[in-house]
Design a protein around this ligand. Sequence first.
Ligand code: KIV
Ligand code: ZN
Length: 520
Amino acid sequence: MQDKVFIFDTTLRDGEQSPGATMTHAEKLDIAQMLDEMGVDIIEAGFPIASEGDFEAVSAIAKNSRNSVICGLSRANFKDIDRCWDAVKHAAQPRIHTFIGTSPLHRAIPNLDKDQMAQRIHDTVTHARNLCDNIQWSPMDATRTEHDYLCRVVEIAIKAGATTINIPDTVGYTAPRESAELIRMLLERVPGADDIIFATHCHNDLGMATANSLAAVEAGARQVECTINGLGERAGNTALEEVVMALKVRNDIMPFRTGVDSTKLTAISRKVATVSGFPVQFNKAIVGKNAFAHESGIHQDGMLKNAETFEIMRPADVGLTETSLVMGKHSGRAALRSKLKDLGFEVADNQLADIFVRFKALADSKKEIYDEDLLALMQDTGTTSDQDALHIKRLRVICGTDGPKEAELTLTVNGEDKTADATGDGPVDAAFNAVNMLVPHSARLALYQVQAITEGTDAQATVTVRLEEDGKIATGHAADMDTVVASARAYVNALNRLILRRQKTAPGHDTKAVSYRDAG
Ligand code: KIV
Ligand code: ZN
């Protein structure tokens, strides 16, 4: 039997901490369930001390977990670790992950010298191990930590009871050869290294995260930390789908197995792209829209004769089915629910009722409905209708080559209809100005993105809008065949989310107090 490489997914922690990728409680639960069902070994569900919301999400994921180990992150202090344990302890298989920055730059932050930090590591890992028998410890910025000191602190963590030692390349600085040499060095030099699992955690700043992770595996690491679509701060983390497929397709030279069902990759990639608001680039390996598209004549000819001419894996291996004409206006609820399940969305009855109404409206105006149309429909959710303070009731826009662009908008604000006329540099600007007249706010438009999701002039446009106010970020999505309507709805969706976040962070309510970057 081949050696197993454990897949540790941190989409809900490292991924979610990337600015703008904030997910709701329900979205986190859905993603955790999908990760659990597809065979991910360990799910890092969040950073429980960060906020009440994070704590609740990690606890709920722990309670609902079936097969996966559920892990929470904590800095190197007793309060963080206790809070983390309180959240993960509900899981059948809980894990505490505690970390501290060990490189010279990171040691300077809590102002600890080498001996003081070594003592802190001993004390915190011992404390964690007294709570839980599955402990992961990370020396943050390991790849820029002096080798002698790294060996010393890894040995201390193992002696104090850590069962997994994670080696993070926090700033995406390392290269594949170094990544392998580091793991080899630790395995050779650290007493007790054979009794624990080494993990690799790479960031993609130089585009080498997957290569670095695989090099570490070849050198002896047996846990890869990664995120769906490579989501994560800056250039992101190692992409889970790339590691899983590389180990599968090149098993001849990398003879390791994972427990992940690769046919579920496409569905979870779409789900994460939808809820995070970070679209997958078209040419992204494994899950990009073009990953299996063969445009050129030579390629198409070769493909028709023998698919292996240009394909190293089959679309079905990653769960990609032929884009199909899925449904029409006569399709019923059961068919819609089953199609959504194929696309990775399990919907509750009340959600289905709402989606079905919007599906029928779309089917009335658009003859052919494809998978992509349904995905766009799913993206167009805002929060949930009963939580939303704002709803667009009517929007008329005047635009063209001459005269001012004007928007006339009726918005329901907390149940009361309000109307405004506004002008702008273009129709979208005019529509946004009309919203601002009715709901004055100081949020900055941090992102406005339009994508046509199917071909043809009746294609739906999906629009993503990100607003930022006092460090709070809210993202809204909407889809419509009319780009201006989609834009206005996405803007209002983002505002609805911002209003909810304001309520949650109002005095007396919980605040997102700390980031894992505030290590110490
Ligand atoms: O990149 C990093 O160093 C991390 C640690 C908290 C493991 O995410
Ligand atoms: Zn990280």
